[in-house]
Design a protein around this ligand. Structure first.
Ligand SMILES: *[C@@H]1O[C@H](CO)[C@@H](O)[C@H](O)[C@H]1NC(C)=O
Ligand SMILES: *[C@@H]1O[C@H](CO)[C@@H](O)[C@H](O)[C@H]1NC(C)=O
Ligand SMILES: *[C@@H]1O[C@H](CO)[C@@H](O)[C@H](O)[C@H]1NC(C)=O
Ligand SMILES: *[C@@H]1O[C@H](CO)[C@@H](O)[C@H](O)[C@H]1NC(C)=O
Ligand SMILES: *[C@@H]1O[C@H](CO)[C@@H](O)[C@H](O)[C@H]1NC(C)=O
Ligand SMILES: *[C@@H]1O[C@H](CO)[C@@H](O)[C@H](O)[C@H]1NC(C)=O
Ligand SMILES: *[C@@H]1O[C@H](CO)[C@@H](O)[C@H](O)[C@H]1NC(C)=O
Ligand SMILES: *[C@@H]1O[C@H](CO)[C@@H](O)[C@H](O)[C@H]1NC(C)=O
Ligand SMILES: CC(=O)N[C@H]1CO[C@H](CO)[C@@H](O)[C@@H]1O
Length: 851
């Protein structure tokens, strides 16, 4: 959270002698083998567009698998920065070959360009002959030709249309503090992956593994030729092409490179309440009590920076949030099976009397200026220093600070942490740079050594000639100065976009050290490709307005289906501004069908807890009740995402890739495989027009069948607590028979199984069960499959998780009964006639035994 004054200072362009006709490079010394290709790329003529050209490049092409092609263009000396393997560990090549690969690399020698083609169709997916390659010390440009008006998605984090603009559109990747999540600007995270969906011809993905600041331009030339163009301020061109051809296959292939999202604890799927500006612990306790009085389930309470003393990490406010009072609050939450999460910021208050700072200074963990003094700026704690996540002692220091303050017996026994401000955000722009500091301890002489892949020497690290469209102006404005070096000799210029993800990784490790057997929970604001391995993410400081309610949907879709982050969601009811009851009622329902479900508001915004307005309370109760009955369905979808990369939420075209009507849809989604969510989206409206693909669906609330016709359907009189949800035909959905006040209560409820036959009469589903909190559950898990073939219902799989819960009913929807459900209940159908069965073994039942 934050409200920041933005002083915009744009860097001044330096005059530089340029030539318009950059001739590019020539490929020489080409060495081609079955599974790879190597070549030298020789500069044909200086271009000097924004910086000096690099004369000798190296090309490496690897057929890593039959569906993954790796193309790396680097400087031949390997000095140009590459994302360190310790930050993003690359997969090894499996030595596939051009002959077996689904996509093929071809190249032209002079000027050098390459294409990637889908073998099965001959379709050209990527073609860099659109413009000569430019590879300068501080500017790299590569343009690919594309079909006109392509269906491109991804390139988060942004608040623009889910299907990206194709004319005059620029995506800037430079992690930045972004209050109000402004449109068409760079936000908190960088995920340089796009999906190119070509309908029935297939989907592919293109990932540029680069942390460099960049503008990605999608536009047409004057002659009307469509292109996508990368413009970076340096780094290498490290591409991964994913062949798909199904959209879900692309995202799984991407996960093979950046990793799968961490599995979340079960309780994190409960409802969370947070607010910046809860002045006292007593006030927080009142919020908890008011939720209980309103009978609105509350799972987790969050502590924003209000709890801190002088806004310093690992401290409590001596008056309003004493350690003693906080401990009492947490004990009472725990007694009620509720949870507590707190915020931590990377900006560490610089004061010798602040032990966290003193210990960090002693261990040499903070970023420093050239002369060895601390690099300082301003953040919530006032004058601050920042941890250098590349320094050798930083992890140990951070872990020790977390273990000390969050000691379960003597400190704050949180269940999770929240890392904010980690772009990293600096309230100080370039004008208040200072480097004062008194080192309490001798520090090792810091001589930034430029080594392989750590960044070229001799660059202007503050004002590169090419200005990306950073929303703050110059690269260092409201951020860490880009000329600051990290302990390993790299510079913030190159590593800026990695800061938040490295902090998230360090924090996750600390949480694991603190409670080694428990699955950690961590929420981070800033992300880079692969951040899902460590953390959940919320979409930052949005606004309490209908537009931001709608944006929450497309942001979720990009993160879950394309960025391999599963636990994501917006601040429900909006962070800034005043939440209106009808909007908040709608958002309470919308949030219940997204993975991360937290109500949060700014200190300047009025209270917006769900119990404050009757219509919001009604909507929240109904939505949470449905969500909690679906918890195991959601948990199963989360597990599938964490295990196999199948997105927990996906756009309609992921399931109906050939249906062109779905390509632009950004206000409906599949939550898990089976539930199609189609909320009211217009301001203050009680009707919604949504799309139903040509398939059979069942209304989730009434269980009535609805035949989709590949057309829009309008629902009128949608009440303030209603949200249209459909079960997709062909699915089997496990539901708890009853909800509960907490997720722990829900876990002791029995199940009822809903079978929603598809057009062919069949259905399938699955359910994953474990204890919900162990980091390693070993064999104590159940992976259960459900099948229905029109005559026989089967439940089989593995049943390693010991449980006392039972299946009470199986309900077969539709059938010959024209909408009325058949069910097997307590009296009927179970072989032996015993009614419900315990979920610890396989089971089957025939149609004729259904009551
Ligand atoms: C580019 O310019 C550098 C000096 O600035 C020169 O050494 C080099 O030969 C030039 N390269 C080409 C291909 O013109
Ligand atoms: C692929 O080839 C490289 C180089 O020959 C070799 O080191 C590596 O072990 C091979 N990998 C696999 C999976 O075969
Ligand atoms: C402590 O609580 C009081 C009473 O709500 C409030 O006036 C004061 O601003 C709070 N102090 C801080 C540091 O938030
Ligand atoms: C960064 O640039 C500023 C402004 O030119 C300069 O004062 C400072 O010494 C530089 N810091 C480093 C570490 O180079
Ligand atoms: C810096 O440290 C020295 C030696 O410990 C001390 O004498 C001096 O007062 C300190 N200066 C400041 C500004 O804290
Ligand atoms: C679950 O079903 C079993 C078997 O019918 C029953 O004994 C038990 O009371 C049920 N549990 C709950 C929480 O309803
Ligand atoms: C489970 O049942 C289905 C449907 O009858 C069957 O196809 C499948 O092989 C069974 N799986 C196991 C592990 O028995
Ligand atoms: C219900 O049955 C009637 C008569 O067979 C048929 O006309 C109608 O389309 C059916 N409705 C649904 C929803 O299947
Ligand atoms: C900076 C910015 O884009 N703010 C937007 C936040 O949301 C409100 C309401 O949707 C818009 O009006 C603002 O323009």
């Amino acid at each position: 959270m934050v409200a920041v004054l933005v002083l915009s200072i744009s860097a001044v362009a330096k005059p530089i002698s340029r030539r318009a006709d950059c001739p590019g490079y020539e490929a020489t010394n080409v060495l081609q083998a079955d599974s790879y290709l190597l070549a030298d790329l020789q500069l044909l003529g200086n271009c000097t567009l924004y910086a000096k050209d690099i004369t000798n490049l190296r090309l490496l092409v690897e057929y890593q698998t039959d569906t993954r092609l790796h193309v790396l263009i680097s400087d031949s000396d390997n000095n140009v920065f590459q994302v360190p393997d310790q930050v993003l560990h690359r997969p090894h090549s499996q030595n596939s070959t051009a002959d077996t690969s689904a996509i093929r690399f071809t190249y032209k020698k002079n000027p050098f360009s390459f294409t990637v083609t889908r073998v099965s169709t001959g379709e050209v997916l990527f073609d860099t002959s659109a413009a000569p390659l430019i590879f300068e010390t501080q500017y790299v440009r590569l343009r690919t030709r594309l079909p006109t008006n392509p269906n491109l998605y991804g390139l988060g984090e942004h608040s623009d249309d889910f299907r990206l603009g194709t004319t005059g559109y620029t995506r800037t990747l430079w992690n930045a503090e972004a209050p109000f999540i402004p449109r068409n600007q760079n936000l908190y995270g960088s995920h340089p992956i796009y999906f190119d969906h070509r309908g029935s011809a297939g989907t592919h993905g293109v990932f540029l593994l680069s942390a460099s600041g960049m503008d990605i331009k999608i536009d047409k030339t004057e002659a009307g030729e469509q292109y996508l163009e990368y413009n970076t301020i340096g780094g290498v061109l490290d591409f991964y092409f994913f062949a798909g051809p199904e959209p879900t296959a692309v995202t799984k292939q991407y996960a093979d490179v950046v990793g799968l999202p961490a599995m979340m604890p079960y309780w994190t799927l409960g409802f969370h309440q947070c607010k910046y500006g809860w002045k006292t612990v007593d006030f927080v306790a009142e919020v908890v009590a008011k939720y209980a009085a309103a009978n609105i389930p509350l799972e987790t309470v969050w502590g924003d920076i209000d709890y801190m003393g002088d806004h310093k990490d690992f401290s409590t406010d001596p008056v309003n949030y004493t350690m003693d009072k906080l401990q009492k609050l947490i004990s009472s939450l725990h007694a009620n099976k509720q949870h507590y999460v707190q915020i931590v910021d990377p900006g560490i208050g610089q004061s010798s009397s602040y032990p966290t700072f003193a210990r960090g200074a002693e261990q040499g963990v903070f970023l420093r200026s050239l002369d060895g003094f601390f690099y300082t700026g301003y953040q919530w704690a006032g004058k601050v220093v920042w941890p250098d996540w590349f320094a050798p002692n930083t992890q140990a220091w951070w872990t020790a600070e977390i273990e000390r303050f969050y000691d379960p017996t003597t400190g704050i026994d949180v269940e999770g942490l929240w890392t904010d401000m980690n772009e990293a955000s600096n309230m100080c722009d370039q004008s208040c740079f200072n480097r004062e500091g008194n080192l309490s301890h001798a520090i090792p002489q810091l001589v930034p050594s430029i080594g392989p892949m750590k960044g070229l020497p001799g660059r202007d690290l503050l004002n590169p000639g090419y200005h990306i469209r950073n929303r703050h102006g110059g690269l260092s404005v409201n951020a860490l100065w880009t000329n600051i070096s990290n302990a390993d000799g790299t510079y913030q210029y190159d590593t800026h976009n990695l800061y938040g993800t490295m902090m998230a990784r360090a924090t996750r490790s600390a949480l694991v050290e603190r409670k080694p057997t428990k699955r950690p929970f961590l929420l981070t604001r800033s992300t880079f490709a692969g951040a899902g391995r460590y953390a959940a993410h919320w979409f930052g400081d949005n606004y309490s307005a209908w537009d931001d309610y709608r944006i929450a949907i497309k942001q979720m879709l990009a993160f879950t289906s394309m960025h391999q982050m599963s636990m994501v969601g917006s601040d429900v009811c909006g962070f800034n501004g005043v939440a209106q009851p009808v909007m908040c009622a709608r958002w309470a329902a919308l949030g219940a069908f997204q993975p991360f479900y937290r109500n949060h508001a700014d200190t300047s915004a009025p209270e917006q807890e769900f119990y404050l307005w009757p219509i919001v309370a009604d909507s929240a109760r109904k939505a949470i009740n449905a969500r909690y009955r679906l918890l195991d369905y959601i948990y199963t979808a989360m597990n599938k995402h964490s295990t196999y990369g199948d997105p927990v939420a996906s756009p309609l075209w992921f399931k109906y890739p050939a249906d062109t009507n779905t390509f632009d849809i950004q206000t409906q989604w599949f939550f898990g495989d089976a539930l199609l969510v189609s909320p009211v989206v217009d301001d203050d409206s009680t009707s919604v027009t949504y799309y139903l693909p040509d398939d059979v669906f069942y209304d989730f609330w009434t269980l009535k069948p609805v035949r989709g016709r590949g057309a829009s359907v309008t629902a009128n009189d949608v009440g303030w607590s209603d949200i249209p949800v459909h079960i997709r035909g062909g699915s089997i959905v496990p539901l708890r028979a009853k909800s509960g006040y907490t997720t722990a209560d829900v876990r002791s409820q029995n199940f009822t199984i809903i079978v929603a036959p598809g057009i062919d009469g069949n259905a399938q589903g699955s359910m994953y069960l474990d204890d919900g909190e162990s980091l390693d559950v070993g064999t104590q898990k159940s992976e259960i499959q459900f099948y229905w073939d029109g005559a026989l219902f089967v439940c089989n799989g593995t049943f390693g998780y010991p449980t006392d819960v039972w299946v009470e009913h199986v309900t077969i929807l539709g059938g010959g009964n024209n909408g009325s459900a058949l069910s097997v209940g307590k009296q009927g159908g179970i072989p032996g006639g015993f009614g419900p069965w315990r979920l610890n073994r396989s089971f089957f039942v025939f149609r004729h035994s259904f009551a």
